[in-house]
Design a protein around this ligand. Sequence first.
Ligand SMILES: CC(C)(COP(=O)(O)OP(=O)(O)OC[C@H]1O[C@@H](n2cnc3c(N)ncnc32)[C@H](O)[C@@H]1OP(=O)(O)O)[C@@H](O)C(=O)NCCC(=O)NCCS
Length: 248
Amino acid sequence: MPEPSLRFTVYTAAEKPELLAAINQLSRISFPRFLFEGDRDISQNWDPIMERYPECQFALFEGEEMVGGGVTVPLAWNGSIDDLPDSFERILDTGERETPNVLCATAGLVVDEHQGRGISRDVLLAMRNIALQQGLSSLIVPVRPNHKERYPLVAIEDYIQWRRDDGLLYDPWMRVHERLQAKILKIMPQAAVVRGTIQQWEEWTGMKFLSDGTYVVPGALTPVEIDLAQNEGIHIEPNVWMEHKVRD
Ligand SMILES: CC(C)(COP(=O)(O)OP(=O)(O)OC[C@H]1O[C@@H](n2cnc3c(N)ncnc32)[C@H](O)[C@@H]1OP(=O)(O)O)[C@@H](O)C(=O)NCCC(=O)NCCS
């Protein structure tokens, strides 16, 4: 089947290098601060990986206005469930890489004031086009289910199976993938491991942590464990691998 057509103009950072900073900035304001500052692999490797693969970073434009974008990285994957990266450590690895055969998304982004207009589908189509242009076979995505933060106490295994009355997945971002025929592969239980001091967690969340325990914090998909004696809060974020095959 031919790919659905895109409704926006796409520029990669290879075509317009000045867009790299704008795409990176949009990434950083689209996710909770603790993810970018508290996960070692994300905080250290995000910028170098974006710079290394400018042809994989893109922005969507409506006229003169940037309305969305995406961050992706080429990856070698042998197609088996066991070979999928088990965290952002391998996805964002800045060392020597095997010859890539798939494109891996690390962020799908829609500018805040343009959310709710159906643009996220075009973000995924732009990623799939990049995969096709680069001769890659699939777009694989560690999906961050965007409404899981509303249900932080529900097990991810249960949440990703929730369906609406019409049979489609409950989670809006997973549903956008599903509508484009992507398939769920498996859960990545420890996609991001966020560690911070109590002071950092207080800054990141605007909350106070005055006793040990398990806390629900804004933006987190699962609770955060606070240990005052260790001066540490730990949060482990699960994501869900989904695959869009772009060629047979
Ligand atoms: C996740 C994100 C890309 C989705 O983009 P969006 O523009 O908000 O979503 P869309 O308008 O394309 O809608 C996608 C689906 O979500 C639904 N949706 C949108 N806003 C919603 C809301 N507030 N409540 C419930 N559903 C909503 C839409 O109805 C649509 O579902 P449908 O196809 O069944 O109608 C965007 O919210 C975003 O950039 N978030 C921050 C970064 C992020 O979390 N990225 C994803 C992880 S990488």
